[in-house]
Design a protein around this ligand. Structure first.
Ligand code: PDD
Length: 286
């Protein structure tokens, strides 16, 4: 079954899906993106993802490539044409194609690409049962990581470093030793008293959609959340540690920089958040 991508108004075979060599996303990383989970035939939290896309576009003064009403139709169509029941749908908007010049080009139409791909939910569940490892790296990204920009080179390098260290995620840590977030996820700890702690999203991290929905999941489970920074040392001594993102939901962390978290096994609170997630998340039929 050939994969299908949406590229600037057309549904094309994935193998024949191309953007122009002077697309500003390619030349300047002048673009933004979203990743939505597809689970059991539903697109998860799509309205929140579109809200964040709107914010990213507004911050960068990029126009919507299609109307806000049409984008969900395209996303659903890409999911449908690729027969994705579980997986993800990716969308990317760049400022468009123009002769290379740093300043915004006049009259350029933004470019839109939407792809979808399958994932194996059983494999993800297995991963959650054993947990994953993180390493820490010094924060070296720009100040506007609240914008979901395609400029992800520091994230690429950090996650590659994690892989080479036998870990699956890298946490960006500031000069004071306070954890910011992962290369592609938000960071959480659970204290000895069972309180969830995650950094405020006003500045210095991406406001994860999964993070926002997990606030509602926690409320449903009667769990308390403190929005504050935490250090690597506090995380190493925590009862549980986990990350959140559209592709991982709540994923237990069992080691930080090679040191086991608690008994080195996934924590029960993290797993209960993970398993209650879909009852709370908004589900749009794909
Ligand atoms: N990444 N922080 C960063 C830097 C991220 O790249 C992501 C998501 C998150 C979590 O956001 P959300 O819960 O909305 O997925 C936090 C996606 C999954 C990616 O780049 O593949």
């Amino acid at each position: 079954m050939p994969r299908i991508a949406y590229v600037n108004g057309r549904y094309v075979a994935h193998a024949d899906a191309f953007v122009h060599i002077e697309d500003r996303g390619y030349q300047f990383a002048d673009g933004v993106y979203e990743v939505c989970e597809v689970a059991r035939g539903f697109i998860v939290d799509m309205p929140r993802h579109l809200g964040r896309l709107n914010r990213s576009l507004t911050e960068l003064s990029i126009d919507w490539p299609v109307t806000r009403g049409v984008l969900p139709i395209i996303m659903r169509e890409v999911v449908r044409r690729n027969h994705v029941t579980d997986g993800l749908v990716y969308l990317q908007v760049t400022r468009g194609v123009a002769s290379r010049d740093f300043v915004f080009p006049a009259g350029t139409k933004p470019a839109l690409v939407v792809t979808a791909r399958k994932a194996d939910p059983a494999a993800a569940e297995k991963k959650a049962e054993s947990g994953i490892k993180v390493i820490t790296v010094l924060e070296n990204r720009w100040d506007r990581v609240d914008i979901k920009s395609v400029g992800l080179l520091p994230n690429v390098l950090a996650k590659q470093k994690a892989k080479e260290a036998g870990a699956q995620e890298a946490w960006f840590v500031d000069a004071e030793g306070i954890v910011k977030e992962g290369g592609s996820s938000n960071a959480w700890i659970i204290t000895r008293d069972g309180v969830l702690v995650t950094r405020p999203a006003e500045h210095g991290i991406l406001r994860g959609i999964t993070r926002t929905t997990l606030f509602e999941v926690a409320a449903k489970l009667g769990l308390k959340i403190e929005e504050r920074g935490f250090s690597v040392a506090e995380a190493k001594a925590a009862r549980e540690v986990f990350i959140s993102s559209a592709t991982t939901i709540a994923m237990p962390i069992v080691a930080i920089d090679g040191a086991p978290v608690a008994n080195g096994h996934p924590g029960s609170i993290t797993l209960s958040l993970r398993h209650a997630f879909f009852d709370v998340a908004e589900k749009s039929p794909a």
